[in-house]
Design a protein around this ligand. Structure first.
Ligand SMILES: Cc1cc2nc3c(=O)[nH]c(=O)nc-3n(C[C@H](O)[C@H](O)[C@H](O)COP(=O)(O)O)c2cc1C
Length: 164
């Protein structure tokens, strides 16, 4: 019992530390490994989506240099992971946000640099996206020389009102 409480406390500490250490990284120093990619995709598949309708989404992992060269607004990232939906609406866009956020945390938890991306969506060559699906959100990711440490997060960064 004591052991599981202790482990629980440590897990919460690690999760909070990770969340306050994450940051947008826009410079990449190399390609990620297949194992790192696997960890990121595992996090994507663990994401919540509206109504549990996972088949409304597709992930496209772009690492082909010729395809990446056709894209803009992706900071020369060696890997871009795109979330597409066949049913674009608010629930699907919010769900895509949850998927990308899970992937971003999984990337930076491994010491990789990552960032959310909407700016590059319109430049994705249409033939790499599954037929009937539209890109809604993306993640740029690669190796980084940046270090991650908890950042001071101002508590009024997002204004909050309390009803209690
Ligand atoms: C929905 C969404 C779209 C974003 N699109 C881009 C983008 O296209 N390009 C970019 O450089 N950053 C993009 N960002 C990253 C934000 O600019 C960044 O998260 C914000 O400035 C806060 O910085 P931080 O992530 O280091 O805390 C996006 C973030 C979100 C949540």
């Amino acid at each position: 019992m004591l052991r599981s409480l202790l482990l629980g406390g440590l897990l919460i500490m690690e999760t909070q530390k990770m969340i306050s250490s994450r940051k947008a990284i826009r410079e990449y120093s190399g390609q990620i490994t297949d194992y790192q990619l696997h960890e990121i995709l595992t996090a994507a598949n663990a994401s919540p989506v509206a109504m549990g309708q996972y088949d409304n989404y597709r992930l496209t992992v772009i690492q082909d240099p010729a395809t990446l060269a056709k894209m803009s607004g992706v900071y020369d990232a060696p890997t871009v992971i795109v979330v597409s939906t066949n049913n674009a609406g608010a629930p699907e866009e919010v769900s895509a946000g949850a998927i990308v956020h899970n992937m971003e945390l999984a990337a930076e938890d491994q010491g990789l640099g990552a960032n959310y991306n909407m700016g590059g969506l319109s430049s994705i060559p249409a033939d790499v996206i599954p037929s009937g699906f539209t890109p809604v959100f993306g993640l740029t990711v690669g190796q980084t020389t940046e270090k991650f440490a908890p950042r001071e997060v101002p508590m009024d960064r997002i204004k909050t009102n309390f009803v209690k």
